[in-house]
Design a protein around this ligand. Structure first.
Ligand code: BZD
Length: 829
């Protein structure tokens, strides 16, 4: 009875009290127990990796405890929950982040010291969880951290890819891709939930039946695959709340191939079953255009269907009908990749819960919100109707019905404006008929968010113009942010300590606006001195990393000038490289006596090119070819170095960003939806050299033009230039450096031809030629500022001080209030 249960609970709490304690003795015993019993190594003989495993299992226990408590508490309170659906999460490493958020970092460091290990060294044993491509995926990870820290009742849902983003290997300066089998050595940060699994259906046909006098649709699938849950606890900072990121893995279903088994083809039946696992086997490495690939569509539906079964089961546990669904559930679509969730909810409500269309639609139109991360129409997803109809026949029917009703609504409003109707239709007519996932989402979501103010303005006037005219109130923007826990506290402990000392509090870790307090000290000589020391330490660490990585010595006294991000034409790594060639050419032609005035630079570039993106791969090769020439030129020496960092990922970023002086965010204005790397550099006191694109426009408002190096055409000028024909204003300097590449100064003449063609007068779509002069001027300004270290340090302090707005805590608070309608629910500690 109830008495029994409370006695049991009482006993549990007593046991717990003595359970997870964090004194050095308990931690040591805990780690050693895991080494011996979990890893099964002798406690008398284990190496760094095994120590890392024991350590992480000990941390995992503490995560699980809080995670259970959070779920128990939320179950009792039953608040409205946010479900964050994303096909990509770029989590990086978990160990340091976990111990910092749990508030036990120092305790673990002490315990390990007494065992003869160093925390930092063990942390380096961990590989990255790279279940994503770039900005969109890392943003999801930052947002999960903020959701947990601010006690929001949220769940993340995604896919547990067996292969994350490919590893980049450079051979002779060319990119090669290698598989990232990140699960090879086990993953202590996930909890396999063999009992949390759902069948997911594919293919087959829809039958119409009459049940209890009502016409019903019954989808008879041709294939069923099982989705198994893997839970990843996400701890908040300075709170007991620990939320869940639930990732699905595909396993063969018990229903699969029963016929083959019955007819005795045992061997082939077993082999066939194994094929089910391919659904969650790999992450698509392309972060720009969408290709109508069947496996990709299967992945999308697989994770959407499993997540919704899970969400609906949880709702039904405590509700007997769907009336309250919109008061309890908010579904966030991270770009259109999970947009099949819309017809899926309709299908479940109508075909399985027997609601009528109007009732189901009433619910669907209240629960979904969408964030768009793309700028251009090519970035918007389309699915061929044939493909969708064969894989998900019932969903295609539902999408057609949604579109029919939408078209009727439009006709009422606009009459028979055929052009408008065909632009806004969910179905794109043509040689190949397509479903436009963005249009589907815009029709069904109550709110659509852009990722910066400029991005929303672009969406409103370009790709979503018609929709904005029809539903202006649906459109909002939430400027992106990143989490200061990972991007300052975890990755830059010296700076973190310095900030807390000068502010007299570490409260900024939960409230970034407090960094403004640093403004008062920006000219204080002793802060400046400490600031420079910290920056120097980080630069030394980075130069050691460069030497270990590629065997090159660089001087930490030089200016470290960094561009790290995915390689794209619009991000203009080529502009950077051409600028470097120009600098090289200048030094080369300089009188010996003038060389003293040159500010020594180490130019660092890193990033992956999508495997099929030829031009991006050529940019990587050009970077290596130019580096080869410059780095081995004795006329140049330490005045200029060019380094390409291979296999750029989250953990590399954590090391590079704190050690950078200047970072480049130089996309052609109007092409970067937001950009988030810039915010990480800013927080770490790195100065920005940037165009007025994406979130940079808002960064300028916080930091001030005078503390940044801004250059190039703005959005309006880009539009005008393109309308009036390109290549009007091309400098001789630009022509000269392109010619050097074209004529084989760096070798590989034929190979670089097509790359040079992309910036040739009339085809220079990204306006490198137009912006080159202004780029060089901004670079010269940076040189000038760097010579005056006092001035530079002040600018650096002001960068950190003004970065508070770009915390993902601010973004998430805004989403919670203005898009999701959820409130914090804090688990007592
Ligand atoms: O999203 C990026 C944008 O390019 C950035 O400007 C922005 O800051 C971030 C976060 O909002 N977009 C992506 O990263 N997109 C993808 O990675 C992607 C992945 C799969 C398919 C299409 C795009």
């Amino acid at each position: 009875g109830a008495g029994d249960r409370s006695a049991k609970a009482e006993r549990m709490f007593q046991l717990m009290d003595g359970f997870m304690t964090n004194d050095p003795m308990s931690l040591q015993k805990d780690i050693l127990d895991h080494v011996e019993y979990t890893v099964a190594r002798s406690r008398f003989n284990f190496d760094d990796f095994e120590a890392y495993q024991g350590l992480s299992h000990s941390v995992r226990d503490r995560l699980i405890e809080r995670w259970h408590d959070t779920h128990q508490y939320l179950k009792r309170k039953d608040p409205k929950r946010l479900y964050f659906l994303s096909l990509e999460f770029l989590m990086g490493r978990s160990l340091s982040n976990s111990v910092i958020n749990l508030g036990v970092r120092d305790q673990y460091a002490d315990a390990l010291n007494q065992l003869g290990f160093e925390f930092e060294v063990l942390a380096e044993q961990e590989g990255d969880a790279a279940l994503g491509n770039g900005g969109l995926a890392r943003l999801s990870a930052c947002q999960m951290d903020s959701l947990a820290t601010m006690d929001f009742p949220a769940w993340g849902y995604g896919l547990r890819y067996q292969y994350g983003l490919f590893r980049q290997v450079i051979l002779d300066g060319f990119q090669h891709e290698q598989p990232d089998y990140w699960l090879n050595f086990g993953n202590p940060w996930e909890i396999e939930r063999v009992h949390v699994s759902y069948p997911v259906k594919f293919y087959g046909a829809v039958e119409e039946k009459v049940l209890e006098g009502k016409k019903c649709h019954v989808w008879v699938p041709g294939e069923t695959v099982e989705a198994v849950a893997y839970d990843n606890p996400i701890p908040g900072y300075g709170t007991r709340n620990t939320i869940n990121l639930r990732l699905w893995a595909a396993k063969p279903s018990d229903q699969q191939d029963m016929e083959a088994f019955n007819t005795g083809d045992y061997i082939n039946a077993v082999i066939n079953r194994q094929r089910a696992e391919t659904i969650s086997s790999l992450l698509y490495p392309d972060d720009r255009s969408y290709q109508g690939k069947e496996l990709r569509l299967k992945q999308q539906y697989f994770f959407v269907s499993a997540s919704l079964q899970d969400i609906i089961r949880r709702f039904k546990d405590s509700h007997s009908n769907f009336d309250d669904f919109p008061e309890k559930v908010a579904l966030q679509l991270n770009d259109t990749h999970p947009s099949l969730a819309i017809p899926e909810v309709m299908r479940v409500l109508i075909d399985e819960e027997y609601l009528d269309w109007e009732k189901a639609w009433g619910i669907v139109s209240k629960i979904f919100s969408l964030t768009i991360h793309a700028v251009n129409p090519e970035g918007l997803e389309k699915v061929p109707v044939d493909l969708l109809g064969s894989l998900l026949p019932r969903h295609l029917q539902i999408i057609y019905q949604i579109n029919f009703l939408f078209m009727e609504e439009l006709k009422k409003h606009y009459g028979l404006d055929y052009n408008r109707l065909s632009r806004m239709s969910i179905v794109e007519e043509g040689a190949v008929k397509n479903i436009r996932m963005a249009n589907l989402s815009l029709v069904c979501c109550h709110t659509v968010d852009g990722v910066s103010r400029l991005h929303l303005a672009t969406l409103k006037t370009r790709v979503f113009k018609d929709f904005h005219e029809f539903w202006p109130q649906k459109f909002q923007y939430k400027t992106n942010g990143v989490t200061q826990r990972r991007w300052i506290v975890v990755s830059n402990p010296p700076l973190s300590g310095l900030i807390s000392r000068w502010l007299g509090t570490d409260a900024w870790i939960r409230d970034m606006d407090l960094l403004l307090g640093l403004r008062d000290h920006a000219e204080d000589a002793s802060l400046q001195e400490e600031w420079m020391m910290v920056r120097k330490v980080n630069k030394i660490r980075l130069s050691e990393f460069i030497e270990a990585m590629i065997g090159m010595k660089v001087s930490p006294d030089a200016m470290f000038d960094v561009q790290i991000k995915r390689i794209h034409e619009y991000k203009r790594q080529l502009l950077n490289i051409l600028g470097i060639i120009h600098r090289y050419d200048c030094i080369k032609n300089m009188k010996e006596s003038d060389k003293e005035k040159v500010v020594p630079r180490v130019c660092i570039i890193g990033g992956k090119a999508a495997p099929g993106y030829e031009i991006a791969k050529k940019i990587i090769k050009l970077c290596h070819a130019v580096g080869e020439k410059i780095n081995n030129d004795s006329d140049i020496g330490d005045l200029l170095k060019l380094v390409f960092i291979p296999d750029y990922n989250v953990s590399v970023a954590e090391l590079v960003i704190p050690g950078s002086d200047l970072s480049q965010h130089i996309s052609t204005a109007g092409h970067e939806a937001s950009g988030t790397g810039s915010m990480k550099f800013l927080m770490n006191g790195c100065l920005l050299l940037a165009t007025a694109d994406g979130s940079t426009v808002e960064i300028i408002e916080e930091i001030g033009n005078e503390n940044m190096f801004i250059f190039g055409a703005n959005v309006q000028e880009v539009t005008n230039l393109r309308q009036n024909g390109l290549g009007v204003k091309k400098s001789l300097q630009f022509a000269r450096v392109v010619r050097m590449v074209r004529e084989g100064y760096f070798g590989f003449k034929d190979y670089f031809k097509s790359l040079c063609d992309t910036v040739e007068d009339s085809s220079d779509f990204y306006l490198l030629g137009n912006d080159f002069e202004s780029y060089l001027e901004a670079q010269a300004e940076a040189d000038k500022a760097f010579v005056d270290q006092k001035k530079w340090t002040k600018m650096s302090i002001l960068s950190t001080a003004g970065s508070g707005r770009f915390s993902s805590d601010r973004t998430i608070r805004d989403y919670a209030q203005n898009t999701w309608g959820i409130e914090p629910c804090k688990c007592p500690s």
